[in-house]
Design a protein around this ligand. Structure first.
Ligand SMILES: Nc1ncnc2c1ncn2[C@@H]1O[C@H](COP(=O)(O)OP(=O)(O)OP(=O)(O)O)[C@@H](O)[C@H]1O
Ligand SMILES: [Mg+2]
Length: 347
């Protein structure tokens, strides 16, 4: 029956039975020597054929409705859908059911894959978090033990170790703060208010606040003008965008080279403004580029650990920009420098 609709099966059965009946009636008339009733064979053939068609069509229809509906019911129940099953007996129902079951199976596989990924992701996240917290806690433990074991008596040592412990506490609280931001953003609880503000104001303010840090690392901070005008109005959450710029500029300093520079640029891009943070730092290998926005991802763990990074900065940056309906991209030449660019909607 594959490839045939229930209706065509019923028609074919009707025709076949009709033809056989017509032939049998003809033979019977001829055998009994009855003549002059030539109309009887086609009439009986047509009548029996029609009855046969109706019976087959009805029975087949009932059977399919019953059986196929069970399959659909199972699928719909699992899918949580209550929509009505509409079977057309003029179609190839087996093929139709096959198609629907296949698409259902595919969606199930997709769902399972997503669930598995989420689970792996959750495990990784907890693992990373434990790992990140372990270092500062062990350090603090070590400093406190040294103090308790006599260091406290030595005025030189006690101050130094307390300062070290305080620095580790600071690192831990920074990490927890970042985690709080990222969790809120992922749960969609981050309130982003799109308000017009002057981008130049924020660029200058952020660069000024990081000037001292850049100087300490012997890196020059520059602003490159790409649009004329003393004000560049864009729409967004100014305090969140300060965080974006800060994270990007701090990265450019942490992963910069002494004597190098970081250039913050802005350009006109139709109804948006393109902002770039370009450095002459260590650069990022092409294989690492797609991963730098992942949480906890660090290219060079030992170096970042030294710089106090936990690998959350760019993940936060990406989230903030996405909640503004914007995207961020990065290009880099390993050993020469990196450029991070994102857009903001003009106000
Ligand atoms: N400007 C850059 N130049 C070279 N590498 C960079 C640059 N910015 C980021 N990276 C690489 O990408 C990784 C992820 O950056 P991200 O800002 O997310 O984390 P982090 O700086 O290590 O820690 P955090 O920002 O949370 O303190 C960094 O560890 C670093 O290896
Ligand atoms: Mg960073």
């Amino acid at each position: 029956m594959a490839g045939k609709s229930p209706r065509s099966v019923a028609i074919e059965s009707g025709i076949a039975v009709g033809l056989v009946t017509m032939l049998a009636t003809g033979v019977a008339l001829w055998g009994n020597g009855i003549e002059g009733q030539w109309w009887l064979p086609p009439l009986s053939g047509a009548a029996v054929g029609t009855v046969c068609f109706v019976l087959v069509y009805r029975q087949l229809g009932l059977y399919i409705q019953e059986r196929v509906r069970i399959i659909y019911k199972t699928i719909r129940r699992l899918k949580g859908s209550t929509s009505h099953v509409n079977l057309d007996l003029r179609d190839d129902i087996v093929e139709q059911v096959n198609r629907d079951v296949m698409s259902w199976a595919e969606s199930q596989i997709e769902e399972i894959t997503i669930l598995r990924e989420t689970d792996t992701f959750r495990q990784e996240f907890i693992g990373n978090l434990a790992h990140e917290l372990k270092t500062p806690i062990f350090n603090i433990q070590g400093f406190i033990l040294t103090l308790l074991e006599g260091g406290m008596e030595d005025p030189e040592i006690n101050r130094r170790f307390l300062l070290k412990a305080a620095k580790n506490v600071e690192r831990m609280s920074g990490l927890l703060e970042d985690l709080d931001v990222i969790t809120k953003m992922e749960a969609g609880n981050l309130d982003i208010e799109l308000v017009p503000f002057d981008l130049l104001d924020i660029l200058r303010e952020t660069m000024e606040s990081l000037e001292a840090k850049a100087k300490r690392n012997n890196i020059q901070l520059r602003l490159k003008k790409g649009i004329d005008g003393s004000k560049i109005m864009v729409k967004g959450d100014a305090s969140k965008l300060v965080q974006v710029l800060t994270n990007l500029i701090v990265n450019s300093i942490n992963y910069g080279k002494e004597g190098g520079h970081t250039e913050v640029r802005y350009y006109d891009a139709d109804d948006s403004v393109l902002v770039e943070v370009a450095d002459t730092g260590i650069g990022i290998r092409e294989s690492d580029l797609p991963r730098v926005f992942e949480r906890f991802y660090r290219v060079d763990k030992s170096r970042s650990r030294h710089a106090g990074g936990s690998g959350l900065g760019l993940a936060i940056v990406k989230h903030i920009l996405e909640s503004h309906g914007q995207t961020i991209s990065v290009r880099s030449t390993y050993g020469e420098g990196s450029t991070f660019s994102f857009t903001l909607q003009k106000a």
